[in-house]
Design a binder for this molecule. Structure first.
Ligand code: ADP
Length: 991
C-alpha cells in the first residue's frame, strides 16, 4: 500500500489536488512524496524545495534555496518554464503541465514531466512546480524511435479504425510523402479498394486473435507494383487491450524477380538438353533412371515404353545386343557403377557400323555424389574418314600433305619422328629438319605431355591420347592453344603413332565467347539484379554484368584489369585464394561465403558469394562463375540490432532494479542488482525454480499470476509480494512483469524493486498519525464541551454577535473532530489492524434512519428530499456493528447531498441477494467522471468535477467506508454518470 498518492498516477498532481487535504496533509505530502516539488517566487528565486527535489537535482536544500529556477533547466527547456512565470506574473492562465529537461548539480540532463500551479505564500503569488523523472522512459523512446526512423523497411502503427497512427520516414516515402501527411489517414485513403479491403481483413484478424501474422503480397503504390512481405504484430496498451497493430513491411520485389530468373534458367536448361545432339542419361545411386533426353532414346533405339520403366538394368540388357563387344561394354559399365567417383570416356562400336563416343561422369549436388551421367555422341562419320585414310596410302598421303591439321608420325618402337606435314611446319615455325629423326620429348615442345620416354610408353599402351587444350609456343614465341590427339595403329605391318595437332586458338577464344553470345543467357545475365561475374583461372575478371558494375562501382573495362583479390577486403584474400584452389582441384564444387568487398569509392560492401568452376565438354576448367548477392543492408541491420541489444543489455545489467527472466517456472536470467535485494548473486538463482525465492504466503499468488500470464490471460502486471533473501528473511518488493520472447518461447520478464524502506516509512507514518490524532482528540473534545456550555447559555447570555462567533468556533471544531476521527480510522486501516467490530444482529433500517436523521439538517438547507423505495418495507436483519455502519451510511448520504444541486432527490432501496442484503443510495447529482472512476476509493482522492461546487472534503470518507464494509465481509461499489447521478451499493451478510 502506498501512502504517497501520486505514485498511482500517470502525471503529476495538480496543486488543487494536493491542497485539498489542508495544510497538514500538504506538509506531510510535501516531505514524503516521491515527486520533486519546488516553489519559487515570481522573480524565479527558489524559496522552498522538498527532499525529493534535492535528490532529483542533486543539491542540498540550503544550496537550492540560493538558486533561481533558471539554474535547474538547460537552455532548451528554460523558455517553457519562464513562459509560465510571465503568464503567472501577468495574472493570466498558464500551462499546467509540460515535458521538460532539467540539469542536475553534476550537469546531468534528465527528462521530467512537470506540473505547475499557483500558490500564495505570505500573500505573495508563487509558482509551485512538480517534477517526475521520466528519463528512462524517454531514453528508450528515443532509442526505439531512432531505430524505426533509420529502418529501410516500412514500419507503421494502425489503430482499430484502420487509421495510421505512426509511420516511419521510409514507410511514408512509399507514398511520396512525409510521415505527417500519412498519419491520420486511413488504409482506405492510401490503397485501391481491393487492396485496402484485403489489408483491413488482415489487420482485423490480428486485432481479433492477438496473434502475429506474416504474408507476402503484391501491393500497388504510386511508383509501381511492389511485392511486400508484411509482419503484423499486436500492440497492447497498459490495460492489455490491443490498441494498435504494428506493421513491418519489406520490399521483396527483387527476391521475387530472382525466383522468376531461376525458373527461366531451369526451363532454358531443359530446352538445351532436349535440343542437344548428344544422348544423355542420368542414373541415380539406386540404379534408377532419373533423367534422359529424346536423343538418347533415338541413338540407342529404345522404345518409349521401356524408357518409362526407369529401370537401368532393363535398358542395359535391351541395348547390349546391338554392340560388337557386349561383354566388354558391360564390364566397364559395372566397374563405373562400383566406383561412383570415377570419370571415364570410351568408344562404343555397334554391329550396324555406328560408333559412339561415350563419356561418363559422377553427378554431384553440393559436392555430394548422387548419381552418374552418361553422354553418347554419334561419331560414326568421323571414324569412317579415319578408316578410309588408313585404307588408301595415296589418299592418306594427299590428305597428309593437304591436311589442315598438323600431323606427326612417330616410330612406335623408338619414339622418333618419322614424318611431319607442311601444315605443322607452318603452324609451329620449326623447319622440317628440326623435327625429323628427333624423339618427341627431345624437341621440348610437348614438355607438358611427353616429358620422357616413360610417358611415351604410357601413350603406346593407351593407344589413344586426347588433350583438348594444350598451350604451346611457336618458334617465334607466339602462344597458341592446340588440340592434341594421338592414335596408335598399323600401316601394313608396321605400327605407327600418329599425332594430330590442331590449332584451336581461335576456337578457344570463341568458346569463351560462346557463353557470352548465347542470346537468351545474355539477356538473363544482363538483366539480373544480382551481380554475376566470370573470373578467369588467373583470377582476373573476364566479364561482369550491369548489376556487378553497379555493385562494385567499377566499369566492366576497369574490372577486367583487376583480379577478384584486388577488390576483396585484405583480411579475406588469403582465405578466398585457398578456396579457389580447392575448387580447381575439384575438392569442392561450390564455394559459398559471406564476404566483404571494397568498392571503387573505398566503401565496404557485403556480398553473399557462390562461385563454381565451369568446365568444357572435356572436363577442362574454363573459368569461374561467381554470383554475388548484395547483403550490405542485412549486415548493417545485423550490426545495428547487435548494438541495440548491447545497449539494452548494458541498461539491464546496470539497472538499480532487479531484472529476472523466467521460463517454464525456472529463473533463466538475473541481473547483478538481484544481489542488492536478496544478497544472492545471479549464479545463485539462475537455473532454480522461481518459487524457491518467494515468501511462503505469496507463493500461490505469484505462481498463479505467472501461469495465467503465460497462458495469455490479462493479469495485473504491477503488484507487491515478498521474496526471500539469502538468510531466509522476507523482503517486500514491487514487481512489474511483462511477457517477452526468449529462444523463441514466451518468458516472463519481471522487474523487482525493494520497497522495504517505503514500507517502513509507511508504518512509521501511520503510527505517527495515530499517535498525534489521539493527542489532538482530548483538546478538541474540551473545546466542544465548552462550546456547548456557551451556546446553551449556561454561563451567561450571549449577544447575537457573540453567538455567531461561538457557533463558528463550534462548527469548525466539529469538522476538526471528524477529520481527526477519519485520520484515526485511516491509520487503523493502514497498519492492517482493521476495525474492531462490535457485531450484533439488528435491523439495518434503524441504522439507515439514524444516518438520515443526522443528515436531515444539511439536506433541508439544500431542500433535498429523501425517499424510501419499496425494498425497505419489511425488517432487514443482519449482523453488523451498528455505530460503524451508521458512520459509513452517514458518509454515503452526506456525499449524495454534497454532490447534488439544490432540490434534488435521494432514494434508498434494499434487495436480498442470496446470503446478503444489498443497499443502494441513489442521487441525481454531479456524478463521477468516467476517467476517474477507478480511483474513487483511494485515500485523499477527490474527482475534478466537484472541486468547484464542494471545496471542502478530505477524500477519506469512501476509503474508510470501504474499510468498514469489507471488515464485515461485504462489498461496496457504484454506478455513475456525469451530470446524471450516482448510485452507491453495499452488501452485508445476513448472518
Ligand atoms: P470527500 O467527499 O471528502 O471528498 P470521499 O472519500 O467521501 O471524500 O469521496 C471521494 C470522492 O468521490 C469525492 O471527492 C467525489 O469526487 C466522489 N464522490 C463520492 N460520492 C459521490 C457522489 N454521490 N456523487 C458524485 N461524486 C461523489
Amino acid at each position: 500500500m502506498n501512502w504517497l498518492i501520486f505514485n498511482q498516477k500517470q502525471s503529476c498532481p495538480t496543486p488543487d489536488e494536493l491542497m485539498a487535504g489542508g495544510e497538514y496533509n500538504y506538509r506531510m505530502l510535501f516531505n514524503n512524496t516521491a515527486d520533486a516539488i519546488v516553489i519559487a517566487d515570481l522573480s524565479t528565486k527558489i524559496i522552498d524545495a522538498n527532499p525529493a527535489a534535492c535528490r532529483l537535482f542533486g543539491y542540498a536544500k540550503k544550496e537550492l534555496l540560493k538558486l533561481s529556477i533558471r539554474h535547474l533547466h538547460p537552455a532548451n527547456s528554460i523558455k517553457k518554464t519562464l513562459k509560465v512565470f510571465t503568464q503567472l506574473a501577468k495574472g493570466k492562465g498558464f500551462d499546467k503541465s509540460a515535458d521538460l529537461q532539467i540539469i542536475t548539480k553534476k550537469g546531468k540532463i534528465k527528462f521530467v514531466s512537470a506540473g505547475f500551479g499557483r500558490i500564495k505564500i505570505n500573500s505573495r503569488d508563487c509558482l509551485i512546480a512538480f517534477f517526475r523523472d521520466i528519463t528512462e522512459k524517454k531514453e528508450s523512446e528515443v532509442l526505439y524511435k531512432t531505430l524505426a526512423e533509420m529502418a529501410h523497411d516500412s514500419i507503421y502503427l494502425v489503430d482499430r479504425g484502420g487509421r495510421i497512427t505512426y509511420v516511419n520516414e521510409f514507410g511514408a516515402k512509399q507514398f511520396n510523402a512525409q510521415p505527417i501527411h500519412i498519419v491520420g489517414k486511413s488504409v482506405k485513403d492510401l490503397f485501391p479498394p481491393a487492396v485496402a479491403k484485403r489489408q483491413k481483413a488482415n489487420l482485423n484478424k490480428v486485432f481479433r486473435s492477438g496473434q502475429h501474422s506474416y504474408r507476402e503480397d503484391l501491393s500497388h503504390f504510386a511508383h509501381g507494383d511492389v511485392w511486400l512481405s508484411t509482419q503484423l504484430t499486436p500492440v497492447r496498451d497498459q490495460s492489455g487491450r490491443i490498441s494498435n497493430v504494428m506493421g513491418f513491411s519489406r520490399d521483396i520485389t527483387e527476391t521475387k524477380k530472382n525466383e522468376i530468373t531461376v525458373k527461366n534458367y531451369v526451363s532454358l536448361l531443359d530446352s538445351i538438353t532436349n535440343t542437344s545432339s548428344d544422348g544423355i542419361l542420368v542414373i541415380d545411386r539406386r540404379g534408377r533412371v532419373s533423367f534422359y533426353n529424346e536423343k538418347f532414346l533415338e541413338l540407342w533405339k529404345i522404345p518409349q515404353k521401356l524408357a518409362k520403366t526407369k529401370n537401368d538394368k532393363k535398358l542395359l540388357s535391351y541395348v547390349v545386343s546391338q554392340l560388337t563387344d557386349a561383354k566388354e561394354f558391360l564390364t566397364k559399365v559395372n566397374y563405373l557403377y562400383k566406383h561412383p567417383a570415377n570419370k571415364s570416356s570410351d568408344t562404343v562400336y555397334f554391329k550396324d557400323g555406328r560408333v559412339f563416343d561415350r563419356l561418363s561422369l559422377p553427378q554431384k549436388i553440393d559436392g555430394k555424389i548422387v548419381g552418374r551421367v552418361w553422354r553418347f555422341t554419334d561419331v560414326t562419320k568421323d571414324t569412317k574418314i579415319q578408316k578410309s585414310l588408313v585404307k588408301s596410302e595415296q589418299k592418306y598421303r594427299r590428305l597428309f600433305e593437304a591436311a589442315k591439321d598438323g600431323i606427326l608420325i612417330l616410330n612406335v618402337e623408338t619414339g622418333e619422328i618419322e614424318e611431319v606435314n607442311p601444315y605443322l611446319i607452318e603452324m609451329l615455325g620449326y623447319g622440317r629438319d628440326e623435327f625429323l629423326q628427333k624423339k618427341l620429348w627431345e624437341i621440348g615442345l610437348f614438355k607438358d605431355i611427353m616429358a620422357s620416354k616413360k610417358s611415351f610408353e604410357i601413350l603406346k599402351k593407351k593407344k589413344y591420347v586426347h588433350y583438348d587444350n594444350l598451350p604451346l609456343r611457336t618458334k617465334s614465341g607466339k602462344p597458341i592453344s592446340v588440340e592434341f590427339v594421338s592414335n596408335v595403329y598399323n600401316i601394313g605391318r608396321t605400327k605407327v603413332v600418329q599425332c594430330n595437332i590442331r590449332d584451336i586458338t581461335a576456337r578457344h577464344q570463341t568458346e569463351t565467347k560462346l557463353v557470352n553470345s548465347e542470346d537468351r543467357l545474355r539477356a538473363i545475365y544482363e538483366n539480373s539484379p544480382i551481380p554475376i561475374v566470370l573470373v578467369g583461372l588467373d583470377n582476373k575478371f573476364i566479364s561482369a554484368n550491369p548489376a556487378a558494375v553497379k555493385f562494385w562501382g567499377y566499369s566492366e573495362d576497369q574490372l577486367e584489369k583487376l583480379t577478384f583479390a584486388d577488390i576483396t577486403h585484405p583480411d579475406e584474400v588469403k582465405r578466398d585464394i585457398e578456396k579457389v584452389k580447392l575448387l580447381l582441384k575439384g575438392k569442392i564444387s561450390v564455394y559459398s561465403v559471406d564476404k566483404r568487398y571494397i568498392r571503387k569509392d573505398k566503401k565496404i560492401v557485403y556480398g553473399r558469394v557462390n562461385a563454381t568452376l565451369i568446365k568444357n565438354n572435356s572436363d577442362k576448367p574454363l573459368y569461374f562463375l561467381t554470383v554475388v548477392e548484395d547483403i550490405t543492408q542485412h549486415k548493417i541491420w545485423e550490426r545495428e540490432i547487435k548494438q541495440s541489444e548491447e545497449r539494452y543489455s548494458i541498461l539491464v545489467e546496470r539497472s538499480n532494479d532487479a531484472v529476472i527472466l523466467i521460463q517454464g517456472g525456472i529463473v533463466k536470467y538475473a541481473n547483478p542488482a538481484i544481489e542488492k535485494i536478496t544478497g544472492m548473486v545471479p549464479q545463485d538463482v539462475i537455473g532454480k525454480p522461481m518459487v524457491d525465492f518467494i515468501a511462503p504466503q505469496y507463493k500461490s499468488l505469484v505462481a498463479s499470476n505467472y501461469k495465467r500470464r503465460m497462458q495469455g490471460e490479462r493479469v495485473d502486471t504491477r503488484y507487491e509480494f515478498a521474496v526471500i533473501d539469502k538468510h531466509g528473511k522476507a523482503i517486500p518488493v514491487e514487481t512489474n512483469s511483462s511477457v517477452v520472447v526468449l529462444n523463441g518461447q514466451p518468458a516472463d520478464m519481471a522487474i523487482l524493486r525493494d520497497i522495504s524502506k517505503a514500507k517502513e516509512i509507511d508504518r512509521l507514518k501511520s503510527e505517527f498519525v495515530s499517535m498525534s490524532s489521539h493527542q489532538l482528540r482530548t483538546p478538541l473534545t474540551g473545546i466542544k464541551w465548552f462550546g456547548e456550555l456557551l451556546l446553551k447559555e449556561k454561563i451567561g447570555k450571549l449577544n447575537q454577535e457573540q453567538r455567531d462567533f461561538v457557533e463558528q468556533i463550534y462548527h469548525s471544531n466539529e469538522r476538526m473532530i471528524k477529520l481527526v476521527n477519519d485520520l484515526l480510522d485511516v491509520s487503523h486501516l493502514e497498519t492492517g489492524r482493521k476495525f474492531t467490530l462490535n457485531k450484533k444482529p439488528a435491523d439495518l433500517r434503524l441504522a439507515l434512519s439514524r444516518a438520515i436523521e443526522d443528515q436531515t439538517l444539511t439536506a433541508n438547507k439544500k431542500k433535498i428530499s429523501m425517499i424510501f423505495g419499496c425494498g425497505l418495507n419489511g425488517k432487514i436483519i443482519c449482523v453488523f456493528d451498528f455505530d460503524k455502519i451508521v458512520q459509513m451510511l452517514n458518509n454515503l448520504i452526506s456525499n449524495a447531498i454534497k454532490y447534488s444541486p439544490d432540490k434534488a432527490k435521494i432514494t434508498f432501496d434494499c434487495q436480498r441477494q442470496g446470503d446478503y442484503w444489498s443497499i443502494a443510495v441513489t442521487d441525481q447529482g454531479y456524478g463521477i467522471p468516467q476517467y476517474q472512476q477507478h480511483r474513487i476509493f483511494e485515500r485523499f482522492f477527490r474527482a475534478d468535477n466537484i472541486r468547484g461546487v464542494a471545496p471542502e472534503g478530505t477524500g477519506l470518507g469512501l476509503y474508510i467506508a470501504r474499510g468498514i464494509v469489507e471488515a464485515h465481509g461485504g462489498r461496496i461499489w457504484f454506478d455513475s454518470k456525469e451530470n446524471k447521478g450516482t448510485t452507491f451499493y453495499f452488501t452485508l451478510p445476513v448472518k
